[in-house]
Ligand binder design. Structure first.
Ligand SMILES: *Cc1c(COP(=O)(O)O)cnc(C)c1O
Length: 387
């Protein structure tokens, strides 16, 4: 089976991990800081806080922005459940803004309409979480302008998007948001096995992110309620978690970050080839928006109406799997998950997201995908569409 995504591990990666394994630190050592520096150097944000997953990063980002009971977070329905669950962890409520069908990202016009209505109803969100679906930036200039107008904080879920650019600058520089979150899961652009990070330009937010990463405990006297009892002293000033990343993982991340541009370039070459090979088939190839350069975590096609009619979405998906192509579907609209129905969501709430779900298929996309395997994918798709 050709997988839809796969990590690329080099000898340099293996050497970096082994070297750390033989060092004095397995966790919270110098590699974590080196990884954070690699992230801030690459993205141009002032601060980077590495953690054990993007899910953790989203959680502490919400906590840093003081999201709590009675507050509201809005995100896109077309995302992994973690982008919404982070609000529930904080006791806050979740709502969604429908996507732009051309980019699969949160639609700024839908956001504007919903903000106007929310203001009239006296129930504005505290935080919005645009998701850079497939690695392509959301329309952050428009979203940031609306966030400023309505006094809403912004967390970019850039789990797909390290190595991507927007308006000529790296995604993760936080020019249009309070915090940007990355994931380093093996299917994403660069990996630390499990891992994530929260980037910010705000020193106070960075301080809070670090507190929540590690039990809410500090050794910084400036943050304590009284002078330290002695040199051993630490103080718990918030209820935090153990969301620390290990030095082993961070060493892998530093080594991987050296290849991020190469990874994204290879993904674009693969997308160019797909675009050419798929021409003439009843499928819509994904838009690469001129406002940026996608990290191309995913290559999502949508079946054209005639293919949806016959053989049908599910038949094409199953036909590809039966032919050894490990296609996937990113994502099931979060509001249609049974867990979310208890909050009152129902099918029909976000029509563009639901139409996307009924037609989307993620084809294999990873930097080491060979030309031969790519041709096999397209041949299998042709076969399936003709069945
Ligand atoms: C993968 C992913 C996450 C969660 O990442 P983890 O590192 O696995 O916790 C969150 N949001 C999106 C959009 C993702 O794709």
């Amino acid at each position: 089976m050709i997988p839809y995504g796969r990590q690329d591990i080099s000898q340099a990666d293996i050497d970096a991990v082994i070297e750390t394994l033989q060092s004095d630190f397995l966790t919270q050592g110098p590699a974590v800081e080196r990884f954070e520096t690699a992230l801030t150097d690459y993205c141009g944000a002032a601060f980077g806080v590495a953690v054990n997953s993007a899910t953790s990063a989203l959680h502490i980002a919400c906590l840093a922005l003081e999201l709590g009971p009675g507050d509201l977070l809005w995100t896109s329905p077309i995302t992994f459940v973690a982008s919404a669950n982070c609000a529930l962890y904080c006791g806050a409520d979740v709502d969604f803004v429908d996507i732009d069908p051309a980019t699969f990202n949160m639609c700024p016009r839908a956001l504007e309409t919903k903000l106007e209505a929310a203001q009239a109803a006296g129930r504005l969100p505290k935080v919005i979480v645009p998701v850079h679906m497939t690695g392509q930036s959301s329309d952050m200039a428009a979203i940031a302008a609306l966030a400023r107008k309505y006094g809403v904080r912004v967390i970019e879920d850039a789990s797909h998007a390290i190595g991507g650019h927007y308006l000529g600058a790296p995604i993760g520089n936080c020019a249009h948001s309070d915090i940007t979150v990355f994931s380093f899961h093996p299917v994403k652009i660069v990996t630390t096995a499990e891992g994530g990070a929260a980037m910010t330009n705000d020193g106070k937010l960075a301080e809070r992110l670090r507190l929540f990463r590690s039990h809410g405990i500090t050794r910084d006297p400036r943050l304590m309620t009284h002078a330290p009892d002695g040199p051993w002293y630490y103080q718990q000033v918030e209820l935090g978690y153990n969301y620390r990343i290990t030095d082993l993982q961070a060493a892998l991340g530093v080594s991987q970050m050296a290849r991020v541009d190469d990874y994204v370039a290879r993904r674009h070459a693969i997308a160019d080839r797909y675009d050419a090979l798929l021409a003439g088939l009843p499928v819509l190839t994904p838009l690469r928006h001129p406002d940026g350069r996608s990290a191309l975590h995913l290559y999502v096609i949508r079946l054209a109406p005639e293919a949806l009619e016959r053989p049908g979405h599910r038949a094409v998906f199953e036909g590809l799997r039966a032919r050894g192509v490990g296609v996937n579907l990113h994502y099931i609209p979060v509001h249609t998950q049974p867990y979310y129905s208890k909050f009152g969501f129902a099918p029909g709430n976000f029509p563009a997201s639901e139409a996307y779900y009924a037609s989307a298929i993620s084809l294999p996309m990873f930097p080491t995908l060979s030309e031969d395997d790519q041709r096999r994918v397209v041949d299998a798709l042709k076969d399936t569409l003709a069945a």
